[in-house]
Design a protein around this ligand. Structure first.
Ligand SMILES: NC(=O)c1ccc[n+]([C@@H]2O[C@H](COP(=O)([O-])OP(=O)(O)OC[C@H]3O[C@@H](n4cnc5c(N)ncnc54)[C@H](O)[C@@H]3O)[C@@H](O)[C@H]2O)c1
Length: 298
């Protein structure tokens, strides 16, 4: 018996990388899966792989950021597979550049696929769950780049931090319908992170391949299942054999001015107290360097 027997799930950007592993894992747990992927050949290969393992999958080649295509994606799950139980928003792209050199096109492309893509698919799925009064599961894909900040990724990090906030808010709005919404910040060796996590180990190696993209999928299957019905609005880090829980942005220190508006020069004398009492560094910091795991081959 699988964790998702009788369920229907959509995974976006499921033709390769992390999404491919998610689609295959959800199918292995018993779900019928809509494999959404812009690259039709890559998507068809995943559908074929699921079918040859005895699972059920259909292909959708719509652009997640196109509202009509997103509506059609949700309809495809319902029309072809009977219902929709889980949406995994995974599709994404990178256009890395420091902000001073970043073109408007590089900014817009990344914001569009990630933020508009998350909105369009989630909007359509939530409309379906509201109208049918069915429970649902949404898993969004954030990134440590957005939660912590990563050099050269102002567009991507802004989108990914936005996705974490989006997920928290959707969780609140959809709670009364029995729909949960969580976000994961994965890390894995894919086309997107080529080179950052070392070489793919030789096939005969029996060592655990920490950065393998398929390592993300088990947590996604769990979050899509009934076993996770009590978890919503949370952000998890997932890589290798590690699952982490992120604390939301929260204030850690405060100064007050006896009920009066501050003068700027007073602040010049007092703001240092915030850093002293919290231990937070005042200048720009590489927060990614403070991750619990190292971004190096292992
Ligand atoms: N790989 C990592 O370490 C890492 C880290 C943090 C976050 N992420 C996120 O995980 C997700 C998957 O990344 P990946 O590393 O597997 O990348 P990938 O490039 O291997 O796969 C992404 C897939 O999404 C598809 N896609 C892109 N735009 C699309 C669109 N508009 N509509 C439908 N499909 C589209 C691509 O064709 C591709 O097959 C992304 O959201 C990414 O930002 C990855």
């Amino acid at each position: 018996m699988g964790l998702l027997d009788g369920r229907v799930a959509i995974v976006t950007g499921a033709g390769r990388g992390i999404g491919r592993g998610e689609a295959i894992q959800l199918a292995a747990e018993g779900a019928a899966v809509v494999v959404n992927e812009l690259d039709a050949d890559a998507g068809a290969a995943v559908v074929e792989e699921i079918a040859s393992a005895g699972g059920r999958a259909v292909l959708d080649t719509g652009d997640v950021a196109d509202v009509e295509a997103a509506d059609a994606l949700i309809r495809r799950a319902v029309d072809d597979l009977g219902q929709l139980d889980a949406l995994v928003n995974n599709a994404g792209i990178l256009r890395d550049r420091t902000v001073a050199k970043m073109s408007p096109e590089e900014w817009d492309a990344v914001i569009r696929v990630h933020l508009r893509g998350h909105y369009a698919c989630t909007h359509a799925a939530c409309g379906y769950w509201r109208a049918t009064n069915r429970p649902g599961r949404i898993v969004c894909t954030a990134s440590s780049s957005g939660l912590l900040g990563n050099f050269g990724q102002a567009n991507y990090g802004a989108a990914k931090a936005g996705i974490a906030a989006f997920s928290t808010i959707v969780a609140m709005e959809m709670a009364k319908y029995g729909v949960t919404c969580n976000a994961v910040a994965p890390a894995a060796r894919t086309r997107m992170t080529e080179g950052a996590y070392g070489e793919i180990p030789a096939a005969e190696s029996s060592a655990f391949d920490f950065w393998h993209p398929d390592n993300v999928a088990p947590m996604i299957a769990f979050l899509c299942s009934d076993a996770a019905s009590h978890i919503s609005g949370k952000v998890f880090g997932v890589q290798g054999d590690a699952v982490e829980l992120y604390r939301p942005f929260t204030s850690v220190a405060a100064i007050e001015n006896d009920g009066a508006r501050w003068e700027p020069r007073q602040l010049a004398g007092r703001v240092g107290e915030l850093f002293d009492s919290s231990g937070i560094v005042a200048g720009a910091e590489n927060m990614m360097a403070k991750l619990r795991y190292s971004m190096t081959p292992r």
